[in-house]
Design a protein around this ligand. Sequence first.
Ligand SMILES: [Fe+2]
Length: 265
Amino acid sequence: MLIAHLSDLHISAGAPETAPVRLDAPQMAARVVADLLALPQAPDAVLITGDVADGGSDADYALVRDILAPLPMPVFVVPGNHDKRGPMRAAFDSTIPYAAPDTLHFEAEVAGAHLLGLDSLIPGRVEGALDTAQLDWLEARLAVVQGPVFLLLHHPPFPTGNAHWDASALRQGGARLAALLEAHRTPLRLLCGHVHQAFHSQWAGHYAAVGGSPAFQYGFGFDGTEEPPLSDGPYAYWLHHRRADGSFGVHPRQVSLPPRGDLAP
Ligand SMILES: [Fe+2]
């Protein structure tokens, strides 16, 4: 089993709405897609943990679909704060089995991996929340799933090491989510986005991670309270490899991106 974890593509058909997003973010996402296609072993699935589009228009998602179209494996997405539920559902309705009409959480199975996607979007807000209905749904699903579980959630429910990010992360539903995960005996893998800096962590007894972003990346902000400076550091996404003994290795796959140059800040 090989699962790729990407995040925060911020694809925009027009000018980006988000100030730090590089103007060529669609081309950078296409580079990542080309890299996925060039891997010596094709991933069984590609998981994208939110902010797939930057502004969330129908045209943005049409471009998202065009950019992801060359991928032959299933692609699963959860919404981030820059996504819009209506256009996003319309773009992925044919490939993602959404579990409810009003939110974009889903359950799927691919290559023996059990995928549970959560929707933490609060329209118009940067921070995120999980409502009771979704947490009830998650509790019911966790009670019956078997095998490796990948839990997708844009807003990290765990501390990021930077107060600025913690203030805009998951602000509602985190305590119950922690209780649900602590009660889940089988190790699962919690995949997040939002922070635009790739790192691993551990939370509620499970592996947790944030994917980076090919649209723009932040530098380190350890113990800070301000938004960290932007970084031109190398970009990498994660490859989760399930070995023959059932254990996982998480491998960074670096993709060479040109510097932002003199793009908007
Ligand atoms: Fe983002």
